[in-house]
Write a protein that binds this ligand. Structure first.
Ligand code: NAD
Length: 451
């Protein structure tokens, strides 16, 4: 705790030196970060293999590559985003100029989860740096090899008064939350999100909460079934379903259910082979606790595909469940694993009602060619974001703010949204001294008065 206080004090002091505010400093920091990641690429690939058995391909595409893209995007745009924005002045304010300045908050805290332990730690950090802040980053203790590499990479690249990695578990996180940081960016579960917000409230620290929840996937009768199955299988089983925006369950129109299930099985086999348990490129479940939680959802009667597990290597085969309803345990909370319940429906109206009676999802995916249905779903269900005719791909566009709503989170990031998240908008009105409009003063006659 003492150490965190002094780290925070050092960061505050560094921040008030104004160094982080210059655009050239920020661009240089992003370039240094990119060079350091390049240098550590193979160590990161090994670390993610050790922590989650992530394949080099998955690590590159979903952890490292996405971060490079974000760095380049920031570098190309921060000059423009940082420019003071001149806005209109109402008639009552004649003679004044109105300007909005994007200013960094100061020392920011980023708390990260384990499922994409590199990307979800570094992407918010990029936003904080681009906006001119100092950062304390707390990676997840459940992926210790990656956390350790991250700590080495950051400490070799930045001084601790600018960017620092603090490793540790829940107690460390709790101790950090006692410090009056200027901003907290948290990614993790909804339950811990509540704790973070409660702690932040004590210091009135603003927060972004990137949380989870059950993200639905709807496949209507006019969908391109083969493509839908392929894109759903990919979005669900990448990282063994341990993705915050993975489709949690599928609602398929009863008229195409049989065809969809056949295509889904084919898509899984195409992606992971006949025996995914033996596939050395298939991600493991992070630990025994999560493995046992997921295994408890597997009931022989409901398994339409898959269901094999290996409790030594913590692997669960991509599994499809049918005959599921909302009373089943698997429908209580976010599954966060390679188990996909497929439910059916007759009419989109009925599922809109069902989804709206549950907490607001982080993502929603609709497979339909019908633009009326597309519009109906977008306008009648509140959710963080999503895709029409695809899954999870929306989060890799720097032009789309990414975040949840309600129980799935608050605030957003990626691209400009990251810059905005980590910037306070300071509004300044510059008054003229050439004249003084007396309207606002009591006991003065109307009209312009020379001073
Ligand atoms: P988690 O909430 O258990 O942990 C996240 C972080 O919070 C970790 O660094 C952990 O050390 C810390 N933490 C845990 N308990 C704490 C406590 N009591 N007080 C303070 N800090 C605490 O989440 P997780 O298991 O690492 O990640 C899985 C969850 O995160 C899922 O719900 C998933 O949907 C969500 N998630 C959301 C996003 C998103 O972008 N919205 C991305 C990835 C994961």
């Amino acid at each position: 705790m003492e150490d965190f206080q002094s780290l925070f004090a050092k960061q505050k002091q560094f921040f008030y030196s104004n160094k982080t505010k210059s655009i050239s400093f920020r661009i240089q920091a992003l370039e240094k970060l990119k060079a350091a990641i390049k240098k550590y690429e193979s160590k990161l690939i090994d670390a993610l293999k050790a922590d989650l058995n992530k394949s080099a391909f998955d690590t590159y595409t979903t952890e490292i590559g996405i971060v490079y893209k974000e760095i380049s995007f920031m570098k190309d745009h921060i000059k423009q985003w940082r420019k003071p924005e001149k806005v209109q002045t109402p008639l009552t304010h004649i003679g004044t100029k109105s300007i909005i300045y994007a200013e960094p908050y100061g020392s920011t805290l980023v708390i990260a989860p384990w499922n994409y332990p590199f990307q979800l730690a570094v992407a918010p950090m990029i936003g904080a740096i681009a906006a001119g802040n100092c950062v304390v980053l707390k990676p997840s203790e459940l992926t210790p090899t990656t956390s350790d590499v991250l700590r080495q990479l950051v400490s070799e690249t930045f001084s601790e008064e600018y960017v620092s990695v603090v490793e540790g578990a829940v107690e460390t996180s709790q101790a950090l939350l006692e410090i009056p940081f200027d901003y907290i960016f948290f990614t993790g579960s909804t339950s811990v999100g509540r704790i973070v917000m409660e702690q932040a409230a004590k210091h009135l620290t603003p927060v972004t909460l990137e949380l989870g929840g059950k993200s639905p996937c709807i496949v209507d009768e006019d969908a391109h079934v083969k493509l839908a199955a392929k894109r759903i299988a990919w979005g669900k089983f990448t990282n063994a379903g341990q993705t915050c925006v993975a489709p949690d369950y599928v609602y398929v129109n009863r008229r195409i259910k049989k065809e969809f299930l056949e295509e889904l099985k084919r898509a899984i086999t195409d992606l992971y082979g006949e025996n995914p348990i033996q596939n050395t490129n298939y991600t493991h479940i992070v630990n025994d606790k999560h493995f046992n939680r997921l295994r408890s959802f597997l009931d022989r009667d409901n398994i339409a595909y898959g269901g094999e597990v290996d409790s030594v290597s913590l692997v669960i085969e991509p599994t499809v469940l049918t005959g599921i309803n909302w009373d089943d345990k698997v429908m209580e909370d976010e599954i966060f694993g390679p188990i996909l319940p497929v439910l059916d429906f007759d009419d989109v109206d009925e599922i809109i009602h069902v989804i709206n009676s549950h907490p607001k999802p982080l993502a929603l995916y609709l497979f339909s060619e019908n633009s009326d249905v597309q519009q109906q779903v977008i306008s009648s269900i509140s959710f963080g974001g999503g895709c029409i005719n695809d899954t999870i791909y929306h989060l890799s566009s720097p032009y789309l703010p990414f975040g949840g709503v309600g129980a799935s989170g608050m605030g957003a990031y990626h691209g400009k949204a990251s810059f905005d998240t980590f910037s306070h908008k300071k509004s300044i009105m510059k008054q003229t001294n050439k004249f003084d409009i007396p309207l606002r003063y009591p006991n003065l006659k109307n009209g312009l008065r020379k001073i």
